[in-house]
Design a protein around this ligand. Structure first.
Ligand code: CMP
Length: 138
């Protein structure tokens, strides 16, 4: 089933010059880039996006990091996009990520882990709608 997911190339990967290499991995993985935008986000915007993690000890550090520099927001499409992107990304902690995955290649740490991808259809719907308007997704 053709499905959409939401992804972010995080500030660590943009800063280290890996945006193009990560986009190449995504395209090689068979994803169509439906919409893409490089921008900086505010701490408040990061807090709204990660609201589900508000009670976690790492929330302040995570949202400070995500608002520390430019990132790349994307909507991606392919058959089984949500699960397939998470497979391509590798484990959240790069220390546990499989060889060949984006996080194994480009992530620095659990927080500076290069890329985000939605974890379920409901999350993807929220995350796509949080950053993109309908007219950007035609
Ligand atoms: P992401 O997929 O963007 O979703 C939430 C993020 O929180 C996650 O990637 C990690 O970068 C970060 N994260 C998860 N667990 C921890 C943790 N224990 N300490 C710091 N950051 C974390």
């Amino acid at each position: 089933m053709i499905q959409r997911t939401f992804s972010i190339i995080k500030p660590d990967a943009v800063k280290s010059g890996n945006t193009g290499a990560i986009l190449a991995e995504i395209e090689k993985g068979g994803f169509k880039i439906v919409s893409i935008r490089k921008q900086s986000i505010s701490k408040k915007e990061a807090e709204g996006f990660y609201a589900v993690h508000a009670a976690k000890g790492f929330f302040d550090s995570l949202t400070t990091f995500m608002s520390s520099g430019p990132l790349v927001l994307m909507v991606l499409e392919k058959d089984n996009a949500i699960a397939d992107l998470r497979k391509l990304m590798g484990a959240t902690n790069p220390a546990n990520a499989e060889e060949g995955t984006i996080r194994k290649k480009f992530a620095e740490s659990l927080e500076h882990n290069a890329i985000h991808g939605s974890d379920a259809p409901e999350t993807a719907a929220f995350e796509i709608g949080y950053w993109f308007a309908g007219y950007e997704l035609i």
